[in-house]
Design a protein around this ligand. Structure first.
Ligand code: ATP
Length: 300
C-alpha cells in the first residue's frame, strides 16, 4: 500500500469571532477580530494522522478560493498527499463560529464544496482507494458518497466511520464499519432509541453491534473510550491532562485509531494509543494546530 490511511471527508474554514454575548434573534453585537482556521472533520483527521507519521491521503472538495488554498496549505504542511483534493464546483465549506467568554459557542455550517463531493468523484478516485490500507469517513459529506466508498472498498481494505453529524445509517454502511466510532450522543441517533434504564457505554456498544458493524468504539471524553466486538468489550482509560480546548479531540482520536488498527494493533491497544493522541490534542487550543507528533505522544 502507498498510504496507511485515506480520509474521505469534509474540509471547512472555521471563521471564529469572540463575543461578550452571543446575539439573539434580530440582534447585532460587536466581536473580536476574525480568526480563520483550517477545519472540517475530514481535513482534521488527515492532518492528525500525517502528523503522527502515517502516510496519509485526503479525498475531499474545496472551492477555488482563499479558504480552499488555506486548507490545501495546512494539509501539505502536515505532509498529507492532496492529489485527491478536488477544487471548484462551490465555495469552500465554512463554519461560522461565535464563542463567548465562558467558551460556549454557536455554529452555523455552510457545506459548500463538501456537498459537491459526489459518488462520481469516489469512482474517479479508484486508484487512491486501491492504494490505501484503511479508509476513514465521516458524515459532513453526502451520505450517498459514503455509500459509494463502501461499495468500492477493495477486498481487505479496512473501513472506519465516525458518523458525525449523526443520522440513521443504511445496513450496507453499518456492515462495513470496523469500527464504527461514536460518542454517546451519536450512538443515540444511530440506534434510533435508548436501551432500557440509564444505559452504560457497554449497553450502547451492544445496541450498536446489533446493527451489524464488525466492531464499535464509544468515545467518552475525559472518561476515555470503550472498544467492543463480537468477542467482548474493554474500557480504555483516558490519559489525565489539563484540558484547554477539546475541539478536534474526536478527530485526532479517530485518525490515530484508524492508523494503528491498519498497522495491526489489537483494538484495545490501538484505542489506548488514540486516547493518548486525543489527550494531547485537548492540552492545546485549536483543532489542527493542537494535534501532536508521535514524539509528543510518547512524551505525554
Ligand atoms: P468531538 O467533540 O471532537 O466531536 P467526540 O465527542 O467524538 O469529540 P471525545 O470523546 O470528546 O470525542 O474525545 C475523543 C477521545 O479523546 C476520548 O475518547 C479521550 O480518549 C480523549 N479525550 C477527550 N477529552 C479528553 C480530556 N478532557 N482528557 C483526556 N482525554 C480526553
Amino acid at each position: 500500500y502507498d498510504y496507511d490511511l485515506l480520509v474521505v471527508g469534509s474540509a471547512n474554514a472555521d471563521l471564529v469571532i469572540g463575543v461578550e454575548r452571543r446575539p439573539g434573534a434580530g440582534e447585532t453585537v460587536l466581536g473580536s477580530d476574525l480568526a480563520v482556521h483550517p477545519g472540517g472533520k475530514g481535513a482534521n483527521q488527515a492532518v492528525a494522522a500525517a502528523r503522527l507519521g502515517a502516510r496519509t491521503a485526503l479525498l475531499a472538495r474545496v472551492g477555488d478560493d482563499g479558504n480552499g488554498r488555506l486548507l490545501l496549505d495546512s494539509q501539505r504542511a502536515a505532509g498529507v498527499d492532496t492529489a485527491g483534493v478536488l477544487v471548484g464546483g462551490a465555495p469552500t465549506g465554512v463554519a461560522l463560529i461565535t464563542v463567548d467568554p465562558s467558551g460556549d459557542n454557536s455554529i452555523v455550517v455552510s457545506p459548500g464544496a463538501n456537498g459537491k463531493l459526489t459518488p462520481e468523484d469516489v469512482r474517479a478516485a479508484d486508484a487512491l482507494l486501491r492504494a490505501s490500507r484503511v479508509v476513514s469517513a465521516q458524515l459532513e459529506i453526502p451520505l450517498e458518497t459514503v455509500v459509494e466508498v463502501v461499495r468500492r472498498l477493495p477486498e481487505g481494505t479496512r473501513f472506519v466511520l465516525n458518523p458525525s453529524p449523526p443520522r440513521e445509517l443504511p445496513d450496507e454502511v453499518l456492515a462495513a464499519c470496523d469500527p464504527l466510532i461514536v460518542n454517546e450522543h451519536e450512538a443515540r441517533i444511530i440506534v434510533g432509541g435508548e436501551p432500557a434504564g440509564s444505559p452504560s457505554p457497554e449497553d450502547w456498544a451492544r445496541a450498536l453491534l446489533a446493527l451489524g458493524p464488525r466492531s464499535v468504539v464509544v468515545t467518552l471524553g475525559a472518561e476515555g473510550a470503550l472498544v467492543a466486538d463480537a468477542e467482548g468489550s474493554a474500557r480504555v482509560p483516558a490519559v489525565k491532562v489539563d484540558a484547554v480546548d477539546t475541539t478536534g479531540a474526536g478527530d485526532a482520536f479517530t485518525a490515530a485509531l484508524a492508523w494503528r488498527l491498519g498497522a495491526g494493533s489489537a483494538p484495545a491497544e490501538a484505542a489506548a494509543y488514540a486516547a493518548r493522541v486525543g489527550a494531547a490534542a485537548v492540552t492545546r487550543a485549536g483543532a489542527q494546530v493542537s494535534f501532536p507528533t508521535a514524539e509528543e505522544v510518547a512524551a505525554l
